[in-house]
Design a protein around this ligand. Structure first.
Ligand SMILES: [Cu+2]
Length: 134
């Protein structure tokens, strides 16, 4: 188990290190309150595939964001096909306002919308963007 933990730590570290590169993608929430910055680029995805996703949530106005009352949920849908995911992805907090998503599973090719919902207090705001799954 010790080596598995080490491997996992290395994998997370490698993923975060990639985020330091210039490939970071930034998406602004629909109400323009938040920015969701991907820490690893989304490359070519061929269905069926699980997309590993790690991102940091910040305030769009540059002010500090307390992670304490932040709840993040992630979902995805194929709008053109009137359906969503067949499995619920699990969001974990890595540190502060950086989160990682496990099990974001795209079961078919086509255009998907990814939704990152940030809930703070009683207010929820959505960030969304499109990806093409091959
Ligand atoms: Cu579909």
């Amino acid at each position: 188990m010790k080596s598995l933990g080490g491997l996992l730590t290395f994998a997370i570290f490698a993923q975060l290190s990639m985020g330091v590169s210039s490939h970071a993608e930034v998406f602004v929430s629909n109400g323009e309150t938040y920015r969701v910055t991907l820490l690893s680029p989304i490359g070519r995805i061929t269905a069926p595939a699980v997309l590993p996703l790690t991102f940091t949530v910040t305030l769009n106005n540059g002010e500090p964001l307390s992670p304490d009352d932040l709840t993040i949920t992630v979902d995805a849908a194929m709008i053109a096909h009137y359906h969503g995911l067949v499995r619920s992805p699990i969001v974990r907090r890595l540190r502060g306002t950086t989160f990682t998503v496990d099990g974001l599973f795209f079961h078919m090719p086509g255009e998907w919308d990814i939704f990152v919902d940030v809930k703070r207090g009683r207010i929820l705001e959505r960030t969304q963007w499109k990806i093409d799954v091959q």
